[in-house]
Design a protein around this ligand. Structure first.
Ligand code: AMP
Ligand code: MG
Length: 353
């Protein structure tokens, strides 16, 4: 997807009191490009007592947010030379000096992979590279896929403090499904330590909300319609937390009339064919929200709802199926306002069908 299209999608994900993509006067906005996407931070221009923040102070907070996102990117992006992830991937047996972003994210990735039975899998990089989603796109043969699948195994990785070892040199980490949510969570944590009254961060399909809006009303987060990504599917009314969306419309290529999207099913090594076109997750943990939106997409409706109901994590979800149904989990149904003409079901009724 080119930069202009992704900018349009980001605007749709922004809370709608910012409609038109220009920040109202009571907000201060900074947009920059990092982690392969546009990042927008919007801050209330007053503090928690309603006292205006100085321009210098707002500029400092914006700079801190940007520095933090870039620090995360430089540490964990597989495509940044000398990042911990790139060094680990290039090594034969691991690295003995992983930074705190790398080791923490790896630890959380392992536990989410286990909980989702590897629907979220942080070691799919060899497959994503083979499919060339970042370039022209390539449809591999089944032999090429099976040759790589045997290297996609987290039991080959062992952590000891800042040392991360691998017993298979071909194993490679890809934080693409979780890194943006992790960066969003760190920025939100930082913003909560400032005196700023409230605001939001939008980072490639992840929205973080913090503090209060000037008028005290909930934020209104627009979700992209996966069938027409310049339209809005509906609005979520939220006061805080994170919203992450994974969709087959976000990155794909077409060959011989077939569309191949970037979310892989780790069991097959091919684009997940789960019957979903998008999965949104709403949670208080931004890293979890990002990883789970990818995992639910891979699971499909039945398994995703069963996973929701087993209660291992606290989250809500909005799933959109290829046949135009929207399945909303019970805890979020009252705060989701669907504006598109699709059938909306609450998850418990889906479980019965
Ligand atoms: P997201 O947009 O958050 O769903 O992340 C998708 C990105 O994560 C892809 O572009 C790949 O880099 C990577 N990825 C693809 N499939 C998976 C998966 N099943 N588990 C973890 N990462 C994945
Ligand atoms: Mg994700």
């Amino acid at each position: 997807m080119n930069r202009f299209l992704s900018a349009a999608v980001i605007c749709l994900l922004l809370p709608m009191f910012f409609a038109g993509c220009g920040a109202p006067a009571q907000y201060s906005e900074n947009t920059f490009y990092a982690m392969n996407t546009f990042v927008t931070v919007r801050l209330s221009v007053s503090d928690t007592n309603g006292t205006p923040l100085s321009k210098n102070r707002l500029a400092q907070i914006h700079k801190d947010c940007e520095d933090l996102v870039r620090a995360v990117e430089n540490s964990i992006s597989a495509t940044v030379a000398d990042s911990d992830t790139a060094r680990f991937n290039a090594s034969a047996d691991g690295i003995n000096n992983g930074g705190v972003f790398f080791t923490k994210l790896l630890t959380q990735s392992f536990s989410i992979a286990e909980a989702t039975e590897n629907a979220f899998h942080p070691a799919l990089r060899p497959l994503s590279v083979l499919w060339d989603f970042g370039g022209e796109g390539y449809v591999p043969t089944s032999d090429e896929i099976s040759d790589l699948l045997c290297h996609i195994d987290l039991s080959f990785v062992r952590m000891e403090g800042s040392a991360v070892y691998k017993s298979d040199p071909a194993l490679q980490i890809d934080f693409g499904a979780i890194a943006k949510g992790y960066a969003a969570a760190l920025v939100r944590d930082y913003l909560q330590t400032t005196e700023c009254r409230g605001g939001l961060l939008s980072l490639g399909g992840n929205v973080a909300l913090f503090g209060e809006k000037e008028d005290g009303s909930p934020y209104k987060v627009g979700l992209t319609d996966p069938f027409s990504s310049d339209r809005v599917l509906g609005y979520l009314h939220r006061t805080d937390g994170f919203v992450s969306v994974s969709g087959s419309y976000e990155r794909y290529f077409e060959k011989d009339g077939v569309r191949y999207h970037h979310i892989l099913d780790p069991r097959t090594g091919s684009p997940a064919d789960s019957g979903l076109v998008s999965a949104a997750v709403i949670a208080q943990d931004g890293t979890l929200a990002d990883a789970l939106s990818t995992a639910l997409f891979v699971m499909g409706v039945q398994d995703a709802i069963a996973f929701y109901e087993c209660g291992v994590y606290d989250f809500e979800a909005i799933l959109v199926t290829q046949d135009g149904r929207i399945i909303v989990t019970e805890g979020i149904a009252a705060s989701f306002d669907c504006t598109a003409s699709y059938t909306v079901q609450i998850s418990s009724s889906e479980a019965e069908t």
